[in-house]
Design a protein around this ligand. Structure first.
Ligand code: ADP
Length: 179
């Protein structure tokens, strides 16, 4: 069975990870690919229920999601993961776990600035953080370690949703060409 691949979209809240993931999944499904989006917020209500936002809990969440991604990829699924994953060590462990099993892992850094993410404030989290209603907001008063060697960087302030999706698709096409 041919191995699938995991495309991990990392970046701040509001950077555009989910938007790109959903648009990409729709395009790939439309041309017959088996695709699964693993949405971080949704998985926090089941797979990672009970976990908080400490460094340890965030990394446990990332490793659990990474494990599920890996299982799906083993069955040839293209797995798209729009999850903040703020710590480089946990992202590296997920990559290495995929690579050990001959599965492809690609890291896409959705590098939209904090200023722009704050301006969008899609979920109202930045406002709640500023009001002191939530603590440990990634990029504000909790760390975000940007990837040092991502496979692709997308700043959605300057790259449209369609262009972003096209660029991730080229990353996947390159995978097929080199497979
Ligand atoms: P995240 O999943 O990273 O928290 P979301 O995808 O939920 O972010 O939210 C990003 C917001 O930014 C959406 O409202 C989306 O419509 C908007 N947006 C504006 N331009 C872009 C773009 N070029 N790419 C992705 N999202 C964009």
């Amino acid at each position: 069975m041919s191995g699938g691949s995991t495309i991990w979209l990392t970046g701040l809240s509001g950077a555009g990870k989910t938007t790109i993931a959903q648009a990409l999944a729709a395009e790939l499904s439309a041309v017959g690919n088996r695709v699964q989006v693993l949405d971080g917020d949704e998985l926090r209500t089941n797979l990672s229920a009970g976990l908080g936002f400490s460094r340890q809990d965030r990394n446990t969440h990332v490793e659990r999601v990474g494990f599920v991604a890996q299982l799906l990829a083993t069955h040839g699924v293209t797995v798209i993961v729009p999850v903040i994953a703020p710590y480089a060590d946990a992202r590296a462990r997920v990559r290495s776990s995929h690579e050990t099993r001959g599965l492809t892992f690609r890291e896409v850094y959705v590098a939209t600035s904090l200023q722009e993410c704050r301006r969008r404030d899609v979920k109202g989290l930045y406002a709640r953080s500023a009001a002191g209603e939530i603590a440990a907001m990634t990029g504000v008063d909790d760390p975000y370690e940007p990837p040092t060697d991502p496979d692709l960087v997308l700043d959605t302030e300057h790259v449209s949703i369609d262009a972003a999706v096209a660029r991730v698709r080229s990353l996947l096409t390159e995978l097929k060409e080199t497979a």
